[in-house]
Design a protein around this ligand. Structure first.
Ligand SMILES: Cc1cc2nc3c(=O)[nH]c(=O)nc-3n(C[C@H](O)[C@H](O)[C@H](O)COP(=O)(O)OP(=O)(O)OC[C@H]3O[C@@H](n4cnc5c(N)ncnc54)[C@H](O)[C@@H]3O)c2cc1C
Length: 506
């Protein structure tokens, strides 16, 4: 067998084009090491959601070598510095933030313990991060005049999913990725099960050494052809439907573009609200065991208000879970074809970025690929398990009992064993750095603390020294940076308007 160097990506959604763009820059930077081709269907659409990201996206865009300003213009992007969770703990609880930033900590991090020993009259996140205040004030995480991707504060983006894929397509094609628009109808396999070629409706036969399945939930190569296993997460994550709308800015948020994602818990799931420059993306993620599609759409429209009249609502079905062997034979499933965890923490695009990077790191140039695929699968499996626990935590710590759905998600059998083990341990000690061995993880103990304390998680009695029941101390650096931000950071909508050269958000 010759060295693997021809790659065929099937599918041109965010997964296909992130993989193509990243692989092309990572492997073909100095000299061409792989020949990349992507085929996508014009008749089978993209999923068209997936508009909130996490900060790792910036490293990916930088690695691909694109201009941040151009990217933002082409994809109607805005900044995101946190997720705000409303009504998750109890209805009308005031909400809490999971910000990206946190003040530098000493090796022994006492912030959580100190807060638990206080009267908790200030939300935990406000005692360790400046971004809840910046979010409330509608401030941009970037200062005017700063360089592309440059800011002392971590941030990600909200962006138009279709325009993002189109933008990466244009860049990739200009830089040498071959592109076909055609429907894949047949897959040819060798006797050992390897895929040898895909056939298209238009009569093409596309051969490759390595195939990347980015066909979304269809999972045409990995699922339908190679019949790889699927581990269902439905026991722990009950939501399996979404209804999504694109809502123009009108009188709703005049002149504002929120610099954070809002996740509001509704009766049988939650609603996302993602502000782009020229519209908002909103959607209701819910459980079909408890709510019909019609009821969900009615609730979403009612929550949004009269301005959604006449706007199209898209209904989406999904299965939560993952393929434990996303790299099987000579085919790697990336994106929805390889798995999906519901979008509460915007991890879909992150998992794609992560898979693309990990695949490049383990790219099979030689004849023996098994050690590489084995390790790739282990690494991806850990990412899914990690994210499953983190999302599961948002539901099972709720105190809501207003519907069957919220009563159900708190039940013992709805909590993963590994999350239960974490809870059991954290009853005796607030989360800290050394609780996690896995250096590749997305969510550190800091992220866990934002959610745990936002949801009023309690340590066992007597575990901490007695507190004085005084208001939590907000450290001087947090207070000073918030004050400085008020004068030095532009309003988010103003920064975007200036960057784009036109008024946004109104
Ligand atoms: C309700 C919901 C909300 C989400 N929100 C977020 C979020 O906020 N943040 C986030 O990071 N992620 C989110 N995600 C996940 C995110 O949308 C996906 O991870 C991302 O869009 C990647 O999708 P994809 O490219 O795998 O699939 P798709 O976008 O479905 O693309 C599939 C591609 O395969 C092609 N294709 C299919 N069959 C064939 C065929 N036979 N021949 C040729 N081509 C074919 C299609 O034409 C298309 O180009 C969300 C997902 C859902 C369901």
């Amino acid at each position: 067998m010759s060295a693997i160097k021809k790659v065929l990506i099937v599918g041109g959604g965010s997964a296909g084009w992130i993989t193509a763009a990243y692989m092309n820059s990572a492997l073909n930077g100095r000299k061409t090491m792989v020949e990349i081709t992507l085929v996508e269907s014009a008749s089978i659409g993209r999923i068209g959601v997936g508009e909130a990201t996490v900060p790792t996206i910036r490293q990916v865009l930088q690695s691909v070598g694109i201009s941040e300003t151009e990217f933002m213009k082409k994809t109607d992007a805005s900044f995101k510095q946190a997720i705000r969770f409303d009504d998750w703990h109890r209805i009308g609880d005031g909400g809490y933030y999971h910000p990206f930033q946190r003040r530098p900590m000493a090796r022994i991090d006492r912030a959580g313990a100190d807060w638990l020993m206080s009267d908790r009259s200030v939300p935990y996140a406000e005692t360790v991060s400046v971004q809840p205040a910046f979010s409330d004030l509608g401030l941009s995480p970037r200062m005017g005049g700063s360089k592309d991707f440059g800011s002392p504060f971590p941030y990600a983006y909200h962006m138009d999913a279709e325009k993002f894929a189109d933008y990466l397509r244009d860049i990739s094609v200009t830089r040498g990725v071959a592109h076909y628009i055609d429907d894949v109808t047949d897959i040819e396999q060798a006797e050992n099960g390897d895929i040898t070629a895909v056939k298209t409706k238009g009569g093409l036969s596309l051969e490759a050494d390595l195939f990347i399945d980015c066909t979304g939930f269809a999972s045409l190569l990995s699922g339908k052809t190679l019949d790889t296993d699927f581990t269902d997460y439905g026991q722990w994550l009950l939501c399996d439907r979404a209804v999504a709308m694109r809502v123009p800015y009108d009188a709703y948020y005049p002149g504002e573009v929120k610099p954070y994602t809002t996740a509001t818990a509704l009766s049988h799931g939650w609603k996302w609200d993602i502000g782009l420059t020229d519209r908002r993306g909103v959607g209701y993620v819910y459980s079909s065991q408890f709510l019909s599609d019609d009821e969900a759409e009615t609730q979403l429209r009612a929550h949004e208000g009269a301005h959604t009249e006449g706007l199209e609502a898209r209904r989406l079905k999904f299965r939560v879970g993952m393929r434990p062997q996303p790299w099987t034979k000579n085919c790697v499933a990336i994106g929805l074809s390889g798995g999906f965890i519901e979008p509460l923490e915007s991890t879909g695009l992150y998992l794609i970025e992560f898979a693309a990077i990990t695949l490049c790191e383990h790219f099979p140039f030689g004849e023996i690929t098994e050690p590489l695929s084995k390790r790739f699968n282990e690494i991806m499996g850990s990412r899914y398990s990690e994210i499953l626990d983190f999302i599961n935590m948002h539901y099972c710590l709720t105190k809501r009992d207003d519907t069957d759905f919220w009563r159900e998600v708190q039940k013992d059998e709805r909590i993963t064993d590994s999350l239960k083990a974490k809870f059991d341990f954290w009853r005796f000690k607030p989360p800290s750095h050394s609780d996690f061995d896995d250096q590749l993880r997305l969510f550190s103990h800091q992220s866990y603390e934002y959610i745990l304390y936002g949801m009023d998680f309690q340590v066992a009695d007597g575990v901490l020294p007695p507190g004085d029941n005084a208001p939590p101390l907000i450290p001087a650096d947090v207070r000073n940076i918030v004050e400085a931000g008020k004068t030095r950071l532009p309003r988010h909508a103003d920064f975007l308007s200036q960057t784009l050269g036109r008024r946004v958000g109104a």
